[in-house]
Design a protein around this ligand. Structure first.
Ligand SMILES: O=C(O)[C@H](O)COP(=O)(O)O
Ligand SMILES: [Mn+2]
Ligand SMILES: [Mn+2]
Length: 552
């Protein structure tokens, strides 16, 4: 038998790729909801199939440094594109470092608009250094430029508290130094810059995939109308809510409006300019639509001021949202779906609402459209609208019902799906719920293995980054879990730096697979070429190499 790098075109079908969102691989320590869950099917795959570990964070997925954890955008971009692209975080850093951002026509237009109308410059976005959706350093650089160079007199910052990509109750670690930064800016440049409103990112403004427009409507009321509960400062708002709602974590803090004796300090009015400073698109598209679309019907915008609006990046390259942006996004082309459509392969992409765009929009390089209507089917199972720690099974069973049927129907050459559980429940910080989430995924994995066996297909199991395998904060110096004064472990809600599994299971008796040992330091970008070799299509030379070797 000879070793080959490509299966025949009419090889085993279907090829099924399961992305277990937020399920990474780490040692079996306290707080690892993946290793402590009962996962007989994952264990079986690891015991019987070739597998390797893939890098899913840092420079391997186009982020600025290897200290940057992975995330869904860069993870799915990397899987779908087959090679590393410099991602938003890095591109904005570069545009600011070179000054290109400030020379660009969008920045100039906004500054002129403000000056001509004597308007206020507003910044809205995720207020942390998580580097997944945004980075606080970017906002600070823009505020300095506005104050010292552009001489914009009045700025207002609307802060979305994180606690999801950074420590769960870390808001004051950002707000307090930022207030000091603004105070010194005000003093040195003689300007009037303040925080004007805010709230938890899972309560206002940052909905995604149209899962819950009410969040955006609440954000509009808070930032634009300046309506809501008044506080003298963001610190007072956060401290008050923490007292009133014991155990509340930053992402869930209710909205607040900063007001003084004259009322709210920074509602958005005619003649103002607004910059949404997130670089990542999924949670920035809806609020951008609310600002830009004339005939918008998702909620009544009261008021709807006439402003100059820009996003940090273009968030949807297909629908061109927003119309105006500060930094060019990566132009991700020749994604694996484009190649598979050119070969006339039939493809199914399926997930629930929370991750639907991940297997479609992110997978296709931040494009919402299909490459070929007649070949591609996209299925969205509506997500529950509850905190996911209350329903950790989420819609895994419903996704699996459909997938199992479609495998049996042999309608598709390639099926890709995303199970949201490990990630969405991982972000809640509730350990017991994360265990249930991982077990729900494993139960479904068992059904998919069976369906693949029945059709003699091929199953690949991987993830886009880690999360549920580290549910507690660990002290980097001692390596021990951090604890609250009462001894309870401190929950970790963010993604991780851990690698993810890549497991290849061939149900066919004829095809034997193994991991190609010559591929050094594999990462998520090696998956696209692997899909192509399994479907009998020579991968393009600009893709990172495929992971498998075959005997048949
Ligand atoms: O948007 C979120 O929920 C988190 O910031 C990142 O999670 P994701 O990258 O898995 O979507
Ligand atoms: Mn993810
Ligand atoms: Mn996540």
């Amino acid at each position: 038998m000879k070793v080959k790098r490509l299966l025949p075109r009419n090889g085993p079908r279907p090829l099924v790729l399961v992305i277990m969102d937020g399920i990474g691989c780490a040692s079996n320590t306290e707080g690892n909801a993946v290793s402590h869950a009962y996962t007989p099917h994952l264990d079986w795959l690891l015991a019987h199939c070739p597998f390797t570990l893939l890098k899913a964070h840092g420079t391997a997925v186009g982020l600025p440094s290897d200290g940057d954890m992975g995330n869904s955008e860069v993870g799915h971009n990397a899987i779908g594109a087959g090679r590393v692209y410099a991602q938003g975080a890095r591109l904005v850093n570069e545009a600011l470092a070179t000054g290109r951002l400030f020379e660009g026509k969008t920045w100039q237009r906004l500054m002129n608009y403000c000056r001509q109308n004597q308007g206020t410059l507003h910044f809205i976005g995720l207020f942390s250094d998580g580097n997944v959706h945004s980075h606080l350093d970017h906002v600070k650089k823009m505020l300095e430029q506005a104050a010292f160079v552009e001489k914009i007199e009045r700025c207002r910052v609307h802060i979305l508290l994180d606690g999801r990509d950074v420590g769960e109750t870390s808001a004051l670690e950002y707000v307090v130094p930022f207030e000091a930064f603004l105070a010194s800016l005000n003093q040195q440049a003689g300007v009037d810059y303040r925080i004007a409103s805010g709230g938890g990112r899972m309560v206002i403004t940052m909905d995604r995939y149209e899962a819950n427009w009410d969040m955006v409507a609440r954000g509009w009321k808070t930032h634009v109308a300046g309506e809501g509960r008044f506080f003298a400062s963001a610190v007072e708002a956060i401290e008050t809510y923490r007292k009133e709602i014991p155990g509340v974590i930053d992402q869930d803090i209710p909205p607040f409006v900063i007001a003084d004796a004259h009322g709210p300090v920074g509602p958005i009015r005619d003649g103002d300019a607004v910059i949404f400073f997130n670089f990542r698109g999924d949670r920035a598209i809806e609020i951008s639509r609310a600002f830009e679309e004339e005939d918008f019907d998702k909620f009544p915008r009261e008021p709807y001021p006439k402003v100059a609006y820009a996003g940090m990046m273009e968030y949807d390259g297909d629908l061109h949202i927003p119309k105006s942006y500060l930094v060019e996004p990566p132009h991700i082309e020749n994604t694996v779906s484009a190649f598979l459509c050119a070969e006339e392969y039939k493809q199914l992409a399926i997930s629930e609402t929370q991750k639907f765009g991940h297997v479609t929009y992110f997978w296709n390089g931040n494009r919402s459209g299909k490459f070929d209507e007649s070949l591609e089917t996209y299925v969205e199972i509506p997500s529950d609208r509850v905190p996911f720690e209350q329903r950790p099974w989420m819609k895994a069973a419903e996704i699996t019902d459909r997938v199992v049927n479609e495998i049996a129907s042999r309608n598709y050459d390639f099926i890709r799906l995303n199970f949201a559980n490990g990630d969405m429940v991982g972000h809640s910080g509730v350990y017991q719920a994360a265990i249930v989430a991982v077990e729900a995924v494993d139960l479904c994995l068992g059904r998919i293995i069976k369906a693949v066996q029945d059709t003699q297909g091929v199953l690949l199991v991987t993830a886009d980054h880690g999360n549920a395998e580290e549910m507690y904060e660990v002290d980097k110096k001692t390596g021990r879990v951090k604890r609250h004064p009462n001894g309870e472990p401190k929950a970790k809600t963010a993604h991780t730096l851990n690698p993810v599994w890549f497991i290849a299971y061939s149900a066919s008796q004829v095809v034997k697979m193994r991991i190609d040992p010559s591929v050094k330091d594999p990462g998520l970008t090696n998956i696209a070429a692997t899909l192509m070799q399994l479907l009998g299509v020579e991968p393009p030379t600009f893709y990172d190499p495929p992971l498998l070797l075959f005997e048949f």
